[in-house]
Write a new protein. Structure first.
Lengths: 109, 118
């Protein structure tokens, strides 16, 4: 059972802004950086955001990340149909064990 | 371009040992951690553990007694062994690279579905 809590679902119409939250604690999100992954159906996860708010080369700037205290957020601006996927946050705990969030399914209406 | 290609037995009986291999193309083992992550059908991701060049390893506490992750530098391969499997170990298993400094999994294998059933 994951200790990083995300809403199970989020949705929006094309062009809208969608935000996904990731709630942790002082021993994980509050202490270390947060990453975000996108998983399209039937595929391996893909890194979207690392170190709270950094985008790897090739990730559109529609995706942005932030962190405050023991919570983090992923925002998708200008939602597109190809953004329909599962999104996971991730962080390390104070014993350097990897943790993933519970996952959020984003639906484009 | 870094690529990870993985393979291994897809069907196991309870109590058997899961064994998967991940070949690394286009990258050295140095400067990265090499991890295994799994995802039960319809569920979320679970970090299993990691190994780095030089032999150091770390495993998630719930699996620590049953798992071994190792690097074969001569073949540029990462391996996962999980002993005494049960139906609860049924999942898609991914190998992934974590680059120092990023502290994130920036390259993933294609995934291998492993089913444990009698």
């Amino acid at each position: 059972q994951s200790v990083l809590t995300q809403p199970p679902s989020a949705s929006g119409t094309p062009g809208q802004r969608v935000t996904i939250s990731c709630s942790g604690s002082s021993s994980n999100v509050g202490r270390n950086t947060v990453d975000w992954y996108q998983q399209l159906p039937g595929t391996a996860p893909k890194l979207l955001i690392y170190n709270n708010n950094q985008r790897p080369s090739g990730v559109p700037d529609r995706f942005s990340g932030s962190k405050s205290g023991t919570s983090a957020s992923l925002a998708i601006s200008g939602l597109q149909s190809e953004d329909e996927a599962d999104y996971y946050c991730a962080a390390w705990d104070d014993r350097l064990n990897g943790l993933f969030g519970t996952g959020t399914k984003v639906t484009v209406l | 371009q870094v690529q990870l290609q993985q393979w291994g037995a897809g069907l196991l009986q309870p109590s058997e040992t899961l064994s998967l291999t991940c070949a690394v193309y286009g990258a050295s083992f140095r400067g990265s951690y090499w991890s295994w992550i799994r995802q039960p059908p319809g569920e979320g991701l679970e970090w299993i553990g990691e190994a780095k060049h030089g032999g150091a390893t770390k495993y998630t506490p719930s699996l620590e007694s049953r798992v071994i992750i190792s690097l074969d530098t001569s073949k540029n391969q990462v391996s996962l062994k999980l002993t005494s499997v049960s139906a609860a170990d049924t999942a898609v298993y991914y190998c992934a690279r974590l680059t120092w400094g990023w502290d994130a999994f920036d390259v993933w294998g294609q995934g291998t579905m492993v089913t444990v059933s009698s």
